[in-house]
Design a protein around this ligand. Structure first.
Ligand code: PTJ
Length: 253
């Protein structure tokens, strides 16, 4: 990758690579000013989770995939950080699901929208995909939200019954749930408003989630609907963090 100097044998290689991907995306104008702060918060939670997909996150991932596969109008909503870290895999996922991907950002500027839309279009060409990329011409609004963050596309987010919204803001997540949608959140912070508001919350790092979804689909692994309680799911994540911290405390005694 361009000027990335870290060696794959470095123990923190994955983390350094993600930071570099975000730095490159920032230079291209894809990211919000606070994108790296948001990533840092995610990294802190990931450290506590053990930088791995824990069982309850994999279970939520499979339930999410079941919902996406059986939806009438599924859609994948992406922001700056998500596009930078998992753009290619989410485009592959959209292609498998035959659904649109919509650029929908919190800190909306025409310049960022253009750069993000172009970036996804380049992925379409590079991977020879034909994914419908929405967001350039918003023609609907999410009810209950003020300002530019309410903007969306009628044929994408507005009409969707199941929506995958990684790293989403709590207010918008709440507004999407109020529209009656099944809202699939990806957020490393199990205590965030979005995590609590979502119908299914995958507490895992977005690039790992995207890779897991692709691997389940490409290995033709069956996913079936099982009873899913999001509060219980978040409780299990907190118990995992608690357990990890208890074990770490023992090590320092
Ligand atoms: O591109 P925009 O304008 O839509 O802006 C995107 C950000 C992420 C900057 C914006 O939505 C924002 O400020 O988000 P918050 O409110 O900081 O929330 C981001 C949440 O995502 C936090 O709870 C983080 O813990 C979590 N998070 C950060 N990086 C990751 C993550 N979750 C999963 N994978 C990550 N890589």
């Amino acid at each position: 990758m361009d000027d990335f100097a870290a060696d794959p044998s470095h123990p923190r290689y994955d983390s350094l690579l993600k930071r570099h991907m975000l730095e490159s995306a920032a230079q291209k104008g894809m990211l919000a000013g606070s994108a790296l702060i948001a990533h840092g918060r995610g990294e802190a939670y990931d450290y506590l989770i053990g930088e791995q997909t824990i069982d309850t996150a994999m279970n939520a991932t499979k339930q999410a995939l079941y919902q996406l596969k059986t939806a009438k109008n599924p859609v994948i909503s992406v922001n700056g950080n998500t596009t930078a870290l998992a753009g290619e895999d989410l485009m592959r996922l959209a292609s498998h699901l035959n659904c649109p991907i919509e650029v929908n950002i919190f800190y909306r500027t025409p310049k960022r929208m253009t750069v993000l839309l172009e970036h996804l279009q380049q992925i379409n060409q590079k991977l020879e995909l034909n994914v419908e990329i929405l967001g350039a011409l918003p023609d609907a609004r999410i009810p209950g939200l003020e300002g530019p963050r309410a903007k969306c596309c009628h044929d994408g987010i507005f009409s969707s019954d199941v929506i995958l919204v990684p790293l989403e803001d709590g207010d918008r997540c709440e507004a999407l749930v109020a529209m009656g949608k099944t809202v699939i959140v990806v957020d490393l912070n199990p205590l965030s408003r979005s995590a609590k508001m979502g119908s299914i919350t995958i507490v895992d790092e977005i690039s790992r989630v995207a890779k897991n979804l692709i691997s389940i689909i490409e290995n033709e692994e069956e996913v079936s609907q099982l009873p899913f309680d999001n509060e219980k799911n978040l409780q299990l994540v907190l118990e995992h963090i608690n357990q990890s911290l208890t074990e770490l405390t023992k090590l320092t005694e």
